[in-house]
Design a protein around this ligand. Structure first.
Ligand SMILES: [Zn+2]
Length: 403
């Protein structure tokens, strides 16, 4: 599958993978191909190789500059367009296009701060390729402080979208076609959902070699294998030939400095490791990779108090927390059925029986790492039947997955 590069060159995923493997010489495939698509004016070709302009959303962004563009997915209730910002940093040398998306779920705020910190730390004159950031994708949900769109749909169940589909599907279609298809790589930034928090971690389909290679560029950030649910942005992008990962960090409705710093550092690391930006402080430690994970649900109702911290390593039988009946004072222990690491967990709160409270990453041992890996959430409710390319309208589907 060929994809349009930012400077008019076409390149295939294999070329991108080759670029990944040769991070110190990342520009050769792009420079060579752009020369073949240039005009007969050789001076213009030479100039295009050195200073490619980026054409996006009807605007041309000159080499070595930054710009704030707008993307309008369509009219709102009042008939007005609902433009949202798209940040662009276009480098001075050819290279890949890294795209960053935040707030696809309107209540997951850490992503917009990660995009801000990454984008405003870049000097376009030191950049090979381009960085495109959409800090707030779901502007309607963001303004209302909710995960969902105004029609209660979850935008991240509708990618790549349909031109004439539901409102959610049209927004997804617009973002996918106007921005995402211009990317060489995509990082979609999320947080835990509904009073849960996530250890900063990457999620991607590690059976896809391009995604596997991409995921290893984020330094020592934890990696969790997961294909991604149907309709998620990263799965749709990956299926369209654009290696994509989700970066999970922290909890919703907050700006968390520690998690944001970790996420920002991970993306800085990836930009350097991809040969897009020079940095001296790369993470050297290999990332821990988890090929399976399971949610541990509570059996009692009442007050959930955790005994473990995010990122803790646990053995089978370790106490993760307790649930105490507020009336009788009866306490139930929540024990880990697995040896692994706490990748996500519920905040202390009152819970119903069956609440998914602790998300345990399980390191592969002597098992097929991909066997059963799609059962990643280990107990989310089965999805209801839905039309192809669409997700159920039920807002409580797969909430534990967060993304
Ligand atoms: Zn999310």
């Amino acid at each position: 599958m060929l994809r349009q590069g930012f400077n008019g060159a076409s390149f295939a995923p294999a070329a991108r993978l080759g670029l990944l493997m040769a991070a110190l010489a990342p520009c050769a495939p792009y420079a060579a191909e752009s020369a073949t698509t240039g005009t007969a004016d050789t001076s213009a070709v030479a100039e295009a190789v050195e200073m490619p302009a980026l054409h996006l959303l009807g605007t041309t962004v000159a080499a070595g500059t930054t710009a704030t563009l707008t993307w309008s997915p369509g009219a709102n209730y009042d008939g007005q367009e609902n433009p949202r910002a798209v940040l662009v940093a276009n480098g001075t040398s050819p290279g890949p296009v890294m795209c960053l998306t935040g707030v696809v779920h309107g209540d997951e705020h850490n992503g917009l701060e990660v995009v801000r910190r990454v984008f405003h730390s870049l000097d376009p004159n030191r950049l090979n390729g381009a960085v495109i950031g959409v800090p707030i994708v779901n502007l309607d949900g963001f303004r209302r402080g909710t995960r969902y769109l105004p029609d209660r749909r979850d935008l991240n169940r509708y990618f790549p979208g349909r031109r004439n589909g539901s409102s959610a599907s049209r927004i997804a279609f617009s973002l996918f076609n106007d921005v995402v298809l211009r990317c060489s790589f995509l990082v979609d930034i999320h947080t835990g959902s509904f009073h849960r928090t996530n250890l900063p971690q990457l999620r991607g389909d590690l059976t896809n070699l391009d995604v596997l290679e991409l995921s290893r560029r984020f330094g020592s950030t934890v990696i969790l294998h997961n294909r991604g649910g149907s309709g998620t942005l990263r799965r749709a992008a990956t299926e369209a030939g654009i290696p994509a990962v989700t970066l999970e960090a922290g909890e919703p409705l907050r700006i968390q400095d520690k998690e944001v710093r970790q996420g920002t550092r991970a993306i800085h690391n990836a930009l350097a490791a991809l040969g897009m930006y020079k940095r001296n402080t790369l993470w050297r430690e290999p990332p821990p990779v988890y090929y399976q994970s399971r949610w541990v649900r509570v059996n009692g109702g009442g007050v959930l108090l955790a005994d473990v911290r995010l990122g803790a390593r646990v053995d089978e039988g370790d106490r993760l927390g307790t649930v105490t009946d507020p009336i009788t004072n009866d306490m139930r222990e929540v024990l880990s059925p697995y040896k692994g690491r706490v990748l996500g967990m519920a905040l202390n709160q009152v819970v119903l029986p069956g609440y998914a409270a602790f998300h345990i990453g399980i390191e592969a041992a002597a098992i097929d790492p991909f066997e059963g890996a799609d059962d990643f959430d280990g107990g989310a409710e089965p999805a209801r039947a839905s039309e192809p390319g669409q997700a159920t309208d039920a807002p409580d589907r797969d909430l534990e997955n967060s993304e």
